[in-house]
Design a protein around this ligand. Structure first.
Ligand SMILES: CC(C)(COP(=O)(O)OP(=O)(O)OC[C@H]1O[C@@H](n2cnc3c(N)ncnc32)[C@H](O)[C@@H]1OP(=O)(O)O)[C@@H](O)C(=O)NCCC(=O)NCCS
Length: 195
């Protein structure tokens, strides 16, 4: 994201820094231990820290989410988490607003997520989609997910531009990509992964 956004309730939404890695590990891996999210290592978070937007209150991390690109038109929202004490206070929605604005600024046409909380995403105008229509590169995370063979997450997608305005498939990866920003996958039945 661009500039940090500060709201009247003292919540600060900003790009993550390397100094956020330790609290991010705590927030994400607490949910991972409940099987709700994919665990992350310090190295992974440091490598991907520029994907992350965080919410902070009083200097403490209260939420996070990452925008991860799959090519130039499609991106995934992942590692979205709000501290249990801060749930249902609009933090997730504000993080998603910042992440979506970042995606739009990059020209992303299609945003997707895997989730156990589809209602949250429905409220943000995502729709449920067939997981096999999502980018094949996603499966690299699935391969190390404990739920590889029994995934029950729901794939959600939001087009950020009108479907009729979506760019035709580029030469690169054209065999995989459909004109609506979705990517047709080789079938990999039942697989998926926590964010
Ligand atoms: C999912 C999560 C990020 C939502 O964050 P949040 O800050 O509590 O959500 P918000 O307060 O911004 O809620 C936005 C809207 O979604 C709704 N909502 C939030 N969590 C919901 C849930 N679990 N089920 C149904 N609706 C939910 C809210 O009621 C609100 O609706 P409204 O706009 O009509 O008032 C948070 O519950 C969380 O961290 N969960 C555990 C980790 C997780 O599951 N992450 C993966 C997400 S893909």
């Amino acid at each position: 994201m661009g500039e940090a956004l500060s709201t009247s309730d003292g919540l600060l939404i900003r790009s993550a820094l390397l100094s956020d890695v330790t609290p991010l590990l705590g927030l994400i891996n607490a949910y991972a231990s409940q099987g709700i999210m994919l665990p992350r290592t310090e190295l992974e978070l440091a490598e991907n820290i520029r994907d992350f937007t965080i919410a902070a209150a009083g200097g403490a991390l209260v939420g996070c989410g990452a925008l991860h690109f799959y090519g130039t038109r499609t991106a995934e929202v992942r590692s979205l988490a709000v501290h249990p004490d801060w749930k249902q206070h609009g933090v997730g929605k504000r993080l998603m607003g910042a992440i979506e604005a970042e995606a739009v600024a990059h020209g992303i046409q299609s945003l997707f997520a895997f989730t156990y909380v589809p209602t949250f995403f429905l409220k943000l105008d995502f729709v449920e989609v067939d997981r096999r229509l999502l980018p094949s590169k996603v499966w690299k995370d699935c391969l190390r997910c404990p739920k590889l063979q029994c995934c029950d997450e729901i794939a959600m997608q939001k087009l950020l531009i009108p479907a009729e305005a979506a760019t035709p498939p580029a030469a690169e990866g054209a065999s995989e990509e459909a004109s609506n920003g979705l990517i047709v996958l080789p079938t990999f039945a039942g697989a998926g992964h926590p964010l």
